[in-house]
Design a protein around this ligand. Sequence first.
Ligand SMILES: Nc1ncnc2c1ncn2[C@@H]1O[C@H](COP(=O)(O)OP(=O)(O)O)[C@@H](O)[C@H]1O
Ligand SMILES: [Mg+2]
Length: 332
Amino acid sequence: MSASLVEVRDLRVSFDGMPALRGVDLSVGRGEAVALVGESGCGKSVTWLAALGLLPAKAKVTGSVRLDGQELLGAAPAVLDHVRGGRVAMIFQDPASSLNPVHRIGRQLTEALRLHRGLSGGAAREEARRLLDQVGMPDARRRLDAYPHELSGGQNQRVMIAMALAGRPELLVADEPTTALDVTIQAQILELLAEIRRDTGMALVLISHDLGVVAETCDRVLILYAGRVVEETRTEQLFRAPAHPYAEGLLAALPPMGGPRRPLAAIPGSVPEPWAMPPGCPFSPRCSRRVAACDTVPPALRPVVEGHRAACIRPGGGQARRATALPELLPA
Ligand SMILES: Nc1ncnc2c1ncn2[C@@H]1O[C@H](COP(=O)(O)OP(=O)(O)O)[C@@H](O)[C@H]1O
Ligand SMILES: [Mg+2]
């Protein structure tokens, strides 16, 4: 048994020769909750779609993804079928795209239970009801006979989570699971995920473009930028002393307690397109701490302090929120 549940090493993905992931390394421990954060297009979804063999055939994927030591990249379809929905489950932003509109909720749940646990008949139906109960669905027994369109967005997301739990996964990858929901329901779904994790010991990867969403739910945060991990540390350490200027910007963009959401005003510009990747640090064109050396080679992910790594030659020293508000003009 290896130390981590999942080990991803030098994962690279390109589409039509254009790199989308440019060497991602990450690990997820048993029972651990890890956040994967970055603006849209950074490669968060592609990382897990590649890991689980869900990308279209035209995607070129290299590197290594091990589940409990077993290599998944290039594994036989039968092996991947067993892993997906079984040991590793994935839920997506939009339940409507994953639930079948013409089948009742109960039928979709019992089908998942048949596939992953070999349950059928009354046993499957009873377990489906239990799962709906577990995800906090009111009046679960009656809801088994409902169609997805008869439920609210938040209720459908609960059904998706119940479907994911049907296979008793060791890891749940939740890809922007609350983005389509309003703030109150979003908080309920995150609390539900945290609760299920406490009860089952399941590991969780929570993907979001919003650092605020994942902060309370996750032990550790990985920040992705332009297809690479640029910062990795424990959640409280990231909030106390972010090292990468991109992480500083994400933090500076968070709303004050109870205040309204703000756009990413602290970071002007946008993620570089794959065909226009700068030769040095991909964040350099947007960076307030940029010096000439930043534009020579992409910085490697290096330790800043114990348990905290960042891909920056001038990592910050804990005064991040102030530093981003007052862009420094330091000589090269
Ligand atoms: N099926 C695909 N074909 C071509 N390009 C893709 C495909 N899926 C993702 N990409 C590209 O890969 C990059 C990363 O995408 P993605 O992982 O979806 O970002 P996000 O961080 O928003 O989840 C983007 O530039 C996106 O356009
Ligand atoms: Mg995505």
